[in-house]
Design a protein around this ligand. Structure first.
Ligand code: ZN
Length: 489
């Protein structure tokens, strides 16, 4: 089944090892990725995370796996403080904007999908809302109380960390030593400073509230992912992903809840690293963020994707406006190569050519390098290197012009499959559209140069030729007249 001859491997954050990926059910993959808390616009940190997982899912599908991709929408329970204190982020923002929290959630859920659609991120197969899965959350909390892993105090329910010795294994954090700061502020109703809320009693005017066996309240943030992942993927599933900033406490708590409730839970953990600005995490709280909408107002979506994929998903990406515009040249090179080969194919002979085999061999070698990079923990920077190699092969072939139409078309299809279907940075329509848009104006400038030459204004004619060359247009004076083409490098 898999197209690639390599063994797909992922680096599992829990065991800290890179190991072969073997799905629970052959040919099928269940993946759960923590989604956004919908109280504000998404920024480039979110773009890195969701483009990163988009490409992992695209690669799994490209290999032939049937994938069920679940990504939640957090619309309740995410507090402003990790220590179960503070206000619900949605309720706080909704109050400031004088709207209902779920009105705010709906608004930012739509904007989230709008941004992701614009970035070419394929939508998850299921996007469950936390507020729509209260019974599932209550069910797990009930099981945890029955098993002695949770306790009720004043209408709230807390998970007893002492009852789950593996707590801290994912993050490697020595919680007992490291949480003194929080311990000072601990609510007296917790038995242990490390314990975390599964259910909180709703106080006063808390708008988002549901009935439960412990009184009126609302779920803790972590329990929603335990509940929704098992609801849609089963008690054991292949991959759990999320941002590195969610590793602790969020994912640590998810593991504790699910496994204490008797679920085997995720078999492999993938963590996406952060976007930094001058070495500091891009975040709403630090105010150093660029929203996806802002980034897309003056950058091509494919350029934003290319910028994201130029860094491995497990490595941090340092953002600056110039780092984003810097990738544009690379994107143009890929598009120009594909366009040049597409145009050359249209003009090429249908008869097989002597150089076809060696050309297709070079294309296959680049394709093999691409697959090997992707199979090695989705190493997109290396895969992009292979894609640029393929672009060079196409450019050289196009310049020589001694290939058959079939060979050129096959090469274009392969490049589109890797750069488009897998990475989402190339598409035939955009590539052709650029060409179609620019061609009449290039024609005009080339005619102007010919007129200058005829008028013996050679200095001006040469200047025009140099300027066009700097913009990727090569002019050739032949016996049959002047021709031009787009060059790559
Ligand atoms: Zn989660």
């Amino acid at each position: 089944m898999p197209v690639s001859p390599n063994q797909l491997q992922f680096t599992d954050s829990l065991t800290r090892t890179k190991r072969p990926f073997v799905p629970l059910v052959p040919d099928h993959v269940g993946i759960y990725v923590c989604g956004p808390t919908v109280y504000s616009d998404s920024h480039l940190g979110h773009a890195k995370s969701y483009v990163g997982f988009d490409v992992i899912v695209r690669w799994l599908r490209f290999l032939g796996y049937s994938v069920r991709y679940v990504q939640n929408i957090t619309d309740v329970g995410h507090l402003t403080d990790d220590a179960d204190e503070g206000e619900d982020k949605l309720i706080k923002t909704a109050r400031l904007n004088q709207v209902h929290p779920l009105e705010l959630a709906e608004r930012f859920t739509r904007r989230y999908f709008r941004d992701m659609d614009a970035l070419g991120v394929q939508r998850p197969d299921i996007s469950p809302r936390a507020s729509g899965h209260i019974p599932e959350q209550i069910e797990i909390i009930t099981a945890l109380i029955e098993r002695g892993n949770a306790y009720v105090v004043n209408g709230s329910v807390y998970f007893s960390v002492a009852s789950f010795p593996q707590y801290g294994r994912l993050s490697g954090r020595d919680v007992e030593d490291g949480e003194e700061g929080h311990r000072v502020q601990v609510r007296s109703e917790k038995r242990d400073a490390r314990d975390f809320a599964l259910w909180k009693a709703a106080e006063g005017g808390h708008i988002l509230r549901w009935n439960s066996p412990w009184g009126v309240g609302f779920p803790g943030w972590h329990i929603e992912c335990s509940a929704m992942s098992s609801r849609y993927l089963g008690e054991s599933f292949d991959i759990h992903g999320g941002g590195l900033d969610n590793q602790f406490p969020h994912h640590e708590c998810e593991i504790a809840q699910s496994q204490a409730a008797g679920h085997a839970f995720a078999r492999c953990w993938l963590h996406n690293n952060l976007v930094t600005v001058d070495g500091r995490k891009m975040s709403r709280s630090l105010g150093n963020f660029t929203t996806i909408e802002q980034a897309l107002s003056n950058n091509d979506a494919a350029a934003v994707r290319l910028w994201v994929l130029s860094t491995h998903y497990r490595s941090p990406a340092d953002y600056s406006a110039s780092s984003l515009t810097a990738v544009k040249g690379g994107l143009d090179r890929l598009r120009t190569a594909l366009r040049g080969a597409t145009e050359a194919a249209a003009q090429a002979s249908v008869a097989p050519a002597a150089l076809d085999a060696s050309f297709l061999g070079e294309v296959a070698a680049a394709e093999g390098a691409f697959a090997a990079a992707m199979d090695d923990d989705c190493n997109t920077p290396l895969a992009l290197g292979a894609l640029f190699d393929m672009a060079r092969v196409l450019n050289t072939a196009t310049a020589k012009g001694q290939l058959s139409r079939g060979a050129l078309e096959a090469a274009c299809q392969r490049m589109l499959a890797l750069g488009g279907t897998v990475l989402g940075v190339l598409d035939a329509a955009a590539t052709n559209a650029v060409s179609a848009d620019a061609a009449p104006y290039v024609d005009l400038l080339v005619q102007a140069r010919t007129r200058l030459k005829n008028a013996k204004a050679f200095e001006h004619a040469d200047w025009l030729r140099t300027e066009l060359a700097a913009r990727g247009v090569v002019i050739e004076d032949t016996a049959a007249g002047t021709r031009w083409r787009f060059s790559a490098e």
